[in-house]
Ligand binder design. Structure first.
Ligand code: BZD
Length: 824
């Protein structure tokens, strides 16, 4: 019997219903009682009550998409940095307030329960968080979309700080179960690996390739519902978990090989066991290639299954129905995999398959760093994915013969550069080149970055296909990054511009008319002050350090990397400390420098920088001579849920990468949206932030992209800056003493070495003086409260462009050609 489709109104709960549902789940789902329940049980009961709402809407969305046979985007990403979902889902279902009240009547605080939730840290940094913001926006804008990724058992390591040093501990986000995920055994896939390729005669007498796999791995899907703001569309994030194909190999067991059958199981489960913690460096390990293939192959099979359910084996509509976005090169192997499925399994001709394939895929580039551009050795490919290597060779041959040779006849140098295969002592597969050749669109993530992708990274590809290259500037979801994390500012904005801003962030621009209004400035700064006071408590609880909310909160939160230049911030703080020691009356407003950052476990210098920050913090924070004017805080275990506490409390946002190296940045957008003033270089999205807010409302410093290139071309010598600036020299020489590591001189010397003997590849010393001047400007501005408030308000009010809904709309118009689907 057909049931009548429920409308949003039918579904909406009131406080008493939600309260009853929570209590019911506490008893019947969690098996406990109001008297005995732990905070964790209350959190899970709340999630279960919310899930009743989520599942109804999920089913309704899926039925509608199926009935309307909608074109959908499939976002393939090795990382989704989701953070916590409880408060986000409550906000998006318009249940936050009533849930707060319902729990209040039960004697509980919603914010405390939310703290029970572990972060879903299935990503390293910006790239993974971008994927999370994008699936939020896709659901919010009612676009049919599926996110595909890996169900890592352990996400990014938990960082502990012991005696100033980073220690990595395993992340155990689902040790005690996670209420937001649903296992879907009915959609399990099986994936081949290893083995060999045989050429046989096909049914039509032609030759056919058959891949005889050496092993098969089971892919088990876990679905995370993705609730759009307003609760109309609920899409899914489908994450694949690896298992042994046969849970228990009885043949091996009976032959006396119990240990082997267990080893096989362990090997299979290893694939989705842990997220690689390397951002921006290519590890090149076999397991990583297998991870990539595993989730891509499972996803392509899943996409095929859904397509065939509606269209059978007629692939003429495939490219019209299916769009696949590759989030960086990590899922590139999906391209040869789709070719393999279409040619070997579905018996399409190569030409027919290729015509579909490149139309389906698009590729987003997130970095220009050479060490981050993925390359796999041909021999590894041959061992793990022998058929895919053949397919890659064929794609390459066709590309070089049909496109490169006619355009650049006889030019072997260009052929060598554009080839998917890099020749040399170790032959390699260049995943970036494969992505560009196998995609219909290639985009960078901010204007300047897309320009550099076109002009410096892939100039010949751009000459071949000028229309292929485009830009989509990144964005962040204003639901998580303002509405949920900064409730007081959100409420003020509701009062001033109405409640539409979480969807139409441009509406905040109306707030600029109050930027000079004394009473509005006071309200705005009172909220900032309150957020800072809340952070003061978190800092005390996490680090034991006392800081005052009176001080300027100056925050740098991002992965630790030389190009992001935490070392520039560090040496500037040391310079300030010297100034204060030399002159206790040195005129500056008290400042707290706050860092949050994880280093890749094998990145020695990055870990040394963390150590130096912590040692500097110990010395500075306990030095009575400077009268509390300077404090340094390193917050351990930086993650999404911590970012949600830091960002609303930021006065100053540190965005200080060497120009040309930070593709976009997204923390820069989040902090400005919450009223922080950017101290930054003209890099990535900083340029567009300064355009929106007005350059006079940011503290821009340092060399720009052209100046960086010119200085490098001239031959940069860091010693020129070292000897020319006595303060800089004194600071660098300090690293060789035991001032910060009493009795252990030289413990911090690696940083000085990297900046002098190491050649300072990221031009830290070249930008030091200009950075120091920009900080003086910040100090002057802050000491004029009306001026500061005005700048902070304008920054927050002009960030409308950086709504991830706008990014998604750009993808839809420039790349995906999707239609929104009314769920009704
Ligand atoms: O992607 C980041 C860039 O560095 C930022 O500038 C940009 O804003 C974001 C989003 O576009 N890149 C990453 O975060 N990269 C990784 O995390 C990563 C992970 C694994 C391997 C290589 C890179």
């Amino acid at each position: 019997m057909a049931t009548k489709k429920k409308t949003d109104q039918d579904l909406q709960l009131d406080k008493d219903q939600l309260k009853a549902s929570i209590v019911r789940h506490l008893r019947s789902t969690l098996g406990t009682s109001e008297q005995k329940a732990s905070p964790e049980a209350w959190w899970k009961a709340t999630a279960a009550a919310v899930n009743e709402q989520v599942y109804e809407r999920l089913t309704r969305t899926q039925q509608t998409h199926f009935k309307k046979d909608t074109r959908a985007i499939h976002y393939l990403s090795a990382e989704f940095l989701m953070g916590r979902l409880t408060s986000n889902n409550l906000h998006n279902l318009s249940l936050y307030k009533i849930c707060e009240e319902a729990l209040g009547e039960l004697g509980l605080e919603l914010t405390d329960l939310c703290e029970q939730e572990p972060d879903m840290a299935l990503g390293n940094g910006g790239l993974g968080r971008l994927a999370a913001c994008f699936i939020d926006s896709l659901a919010t804008l009612n676009y049919p979309a599926v996110g595909y990724g890996i169900h890592y058992e352990h996400g990014l390591f938990r960082q502990e700080i012991q005696d100033g040093r980073q220690i990595e501990r395993p992340d155990t986000w689902r040790e005690y179960g996670n209420p937001w995920e649903i296992c879907r055994p009915e959609s399990v896939q099986e994936i081949p690996l290893y083995g060999y390729v045989e050429t046989v005669f096909g049914d039509n007498g032609g030759l056919k390739k058959v891949w005889h796999a050496g092993r098969k791995i089971k892919g088990v899907p876990w679905d995370i519902p993705v609730v759009g703001f307003g609760g109309h569309t609920v899409n899914i994030l489908r994450l694949w978990e690896s298992r042994a194909s046969e849970f228990f190999d009885w043949d091996v067991f009976n032959a006396g090989g119990y240990v082997d059958s267990q080893a096989e199981k362990a090997q299979a489960e290893t694939i989705s066991k842990v997220l690689y913690p390397n951002d921006e460096t290519d590890a090149g390990k076999e397991l990583r290639l297998i991870q990539q293939y595993f989730f891509c192959a499972c996803s392509i099979k899943d996409i095929m299954r859904r397509y065939k359910r509606a269209h059978g084996s007629d692939f003429s509509n495939f490219a019209a129905q299916i769009a696949i976005q590759l989030n960086d090169t990590h899922p590139t192997v999906a391209i040869p995999e789709l070719m393999r499925v279409l040619v070997d399994e579905e018996d399409l001709t190569w030409e027919a398959a290729w015509a579909i394939c490149y139309r389906v895929f698009s590729y987003t580039n997130h970095t220009l760093l050479p060490e981050a551009l993925e390359k796999w050795s041909v021999s590894l490919f041959e061992k793990v994915l022998p058929r895919h290597l053949e397919i890659i060779y064929e794609i390459n041959a066709q590309f070089l013969n049909k496109l490169v040779e006619p355009k650049w006849p006889g030019d072997d140098a260009i052929k060598a550069k554009l080839s998917i295969i890099e020749e040399g002592a170790v032959r390699k597969v260049r995943m970036g080149n494969l992505c560009v050749i196998g995609s219909s669109k290639v985009n960078g993530v901010a204007e300047i970055h897309s320009k550099l992708v076109k002009e410096d990274l892939f100039p010949e590809f751009a000459a071949l296909w000028p229309e292929k290259m485009c830009n989509v500037t990144n964005g962040v979801t204003p639901r998580r990054w303002l509405l949920a994390c900064n409730p007081e500012l959100a409420e003020l904005y509701n009062e001033v511009v109405g409640k539409e801003w979480p969807l139409q962030l441009d509406k905040l621009r109306a707030v600029t008319q109050f930027a000079d209004d004394k009473s509005f400035q006071q309200q705005f700064m009172r909220i900032k002050r309150h957020n800072k006071e809340k952070l003061v408590k978190v800092i005390k609880a996490e680090t034991g350090i006392d800081v005052s909310a009176e001080a300027i909160f100056d925050i740098q939160i991002k992965r630790l990397h030389e190009y992001k230049r935490q070392q520039l911030n560090l040496i500037h703080i040391m310079a300030l400390y010297r100034r204060l020691l030399a002159n206790p009356d040195y005129d500056m407003h008290p400042r707290v420098f706050i860092f949050g950052s994880k280093a890749a476990p094998g990145y020695k210098l990055a870990k040394d920088i963390i150590y130096a920050i912590n040692k500097l913090a110990e010395r500075v924070n306990n030095d009575a001579r400077i009268q509390g004017k300077l404090k340094v805080v390193f917050m351990p275990n930086y993650r999404v849920s911590l970012a949600e506490k830091l960002i609303p409390a930021a006065d100053v946002s540190e965005q200080i990468s060497t120009a040309g190296y930070e593709a976009s940045g997204t923390g820069n957008m989040k902090m400005a949206l919450n009223g922080a003033i950017t101290i930054g270089t003209l890099d990535g999205a900083n340029i567009e932030i300064a355009e929106e807010a007005g350059a006079e409302n940011c503290a821009i410093f340092g060399l720009n992209v052209d100046e960086v290139k010119a200085l490098k071309a001239r031959g940069y010598n860091p010693y020129d800056f070292y000897y020319a600036n006595s303060e800089l020299k004194a600071v660098l020489d300090w690293f060789d003493t035991d001032y910060f590591t009493p009795g252990r001189p030289g413990e911090l010397s690696s940083i000085k070495r990297s900046l002098l003997e190491g050649g300072d590849p990221y031009l830290t010393l070249a930008d030091f003086a200009s950075y120091s001047d920009a900080h003086k400007l910040i100090d002057t501005w802050y000491r004029d409260p009306a001026l500061w408030a005005k700048k902070a308000i304008i920054n927050s009010a002009t960030m409308g462009k950086f709504n991830s809904d706008r990014s998604i709309q750009d993808y839809v118009e420039r790349i995906w050609n999707l239609k929104a689907c009314d769920i009704g």
